[in-house]
Unconditional design. Sequence first.
Length: 321
Amino acid sequence: MRTPTGPGGRPRSVRVKAPGKVNVSLQVGPLRPDGYHSVASVYLAVSLFEEVTATSTPEPGVTVSLGPDSTLDVDSLDIPLDERNLAVKAARLMAEMTENPTGVHLTITKRVPVAGGMGGGSADAAATLLACDALWGSGLSREELAHVAGELGADVPFALLGGAAVGLGLGDQLSPALATSRFDWVLVPAEFGLSTPRVYAELDRLRQAEGVHAAEPTDVEPAILAALRTGDAGGLSHLLVNDLQRAAIGLAPGLRDTLGWADSHGALASMVSGSGPTIALLAQDADAAADLAEDLGHRGVEAFAVHGPVPGARIVSDTVL
Ligand code: ATP
């Protein structure tokens, strides 16, 4: 059996990658008495990956740093490097469930826009769960890991699962969905973040001002699952839903420009991703996505092509240093 360190107590290092997501549909219910909102969502994991390397340390405890390979400018990011970091929370939770955990240092390679509505922090947490599970030999099953993931945040179980899935409840009650071929997207990150709780609060405010009583969402539109199943990007483009979009636009009206531009420049559809402000453009195929990303680049707008579904958290390497 492998131990948390290599021969002679040499440090061992496990590297895991986990994807960001777009919500192909996101229906949001009314504010619940517990302060949360029920959702019905279709998640799609996309080919923009966070990586977490968990390295055993002789000193007990959990430390974290941002890796030099991050494609985001890590110096300007608002990411807590203490116990508020979701990856640190994940490692601590795993340590509590493991018999003899070593100390661990987490190195996070950030690629998913921060506070961008793409679940980057959740991907870090999912990657950390899997890395610490391998490092410490916790012996938890996938179901048990998914349960721990749900304690960390509503989007963490999906980052672990990947692919395409329906999420009910807080988004953490997942059932895998079948997607037989790839869907191509262009992501347009914003130069600012939006706090997810603030976007939900803005939706509540808009609904109250309009006297709208939203229904509890209980399921997703079957046509969306059919479009995913048959690889019908054109069909899917008419079915994208995001109840949070108008709240995100209410807080950041400039998002309208990119959405409007996309609709007149060959995107099949455009939408705010999750709570935003990242915008996701659905393209007909990989070539169309590359063209759209290039056009945006010429306009001085950062954009990159991705595709989904892709697998959830996976071990990339496991080495004794
Ligand atoms: P959500 O899953 O709620 O849609 P998001 O994708 O919009 O989240 P994240 O990038 O996951 O946003 O992070 C939101 C906030 O969480 C950040 O502003 C940051 O303060 C905090 N945070 C904690 N841990 C992390 C982490 N590992 N990476 C990024 N942000 C983190």
